[in-house]
Write a protein that binds this ligand. Structure first.
Ligand SMILES: [Ca+2]
Length: 172
């Protein structure tokens, strides 16, 4: 396909035709790399969003419907970010938030991330994981219990969670 045709007059052959108007390759320098309603964390080039009223299965499904996964954690820095995003601000023993760890077997190391990334970091609360029957994991988002704040607990996927944290790669 020919993009455009130039008509050139015999007596004005040196005058170039106007260039067609085309958008610049970088027309959106101020746009967010995340969908509306998601929080962009530049350090991890990721977008995060809390969804509420979930159990383990529905939290996982709701993230997938949003083209995301339950959040995965690979470092103390990322664990802190996840904690900050999930922090409830209340002293509540139910202040646990579902994220992306999924049990693959009965052992303490039998876990994977729902987004397929390597299982290379953990931050279990003392004594956890303590149940081979608990196939989901939650992070304690209370702000007033230092023994377990920002630490993890294996828990049943069938139970209700305060919320789930979804994560997807930022788009540029
Ligand atoms: Ca547990």
């Amino acid at each position: 396909m020919i993009p455009f045709i130039c008509l050139v007059k015999d007596n004005d052959i040196s005058t170039p035709s106007p260039s067609p108007t085309v958008p610049s390759p970088n027309t959106c320098p101020n746009s967010s790399p995340c969908p509306s309603g998601w929080t962009y964390i530049e350090t991890f080039k990721s977008c995060y969003k809390l969804i509420y009223t979930v159990n383990g299965a529905s939290g996982d499904e709701n993230c997938r419907v949003a083209n995301a996964n339950l959040a995965s954690i690979h470092s103390p820095e990322q664990n802190q970010i996840v904690y900050e995003l999930t922090k409830t601000g209340v002293n509540d023993l139910q202040a646990w938030i579902l994220f992306g760890g999924q049990r693959t077997g009965p052992g303490v190391d039998d876990w994977k991330w729902s987004d397929g990334s390597p299982w290379n970091y953990t931050n279990w609360a003392p004594g956890e994981p303590n149940s081979g029957d608990s196939h989901c994991v939650r992070i304690y988002a209370d702000v007033t219990n230092p023994a377990i704040t920002a630490k993890w607990d294996d828990w049943s996927c069938d139970r209700a969670y305060r919320a789930a944290l979804c994560q997807q790669p930022a788009k540029f």
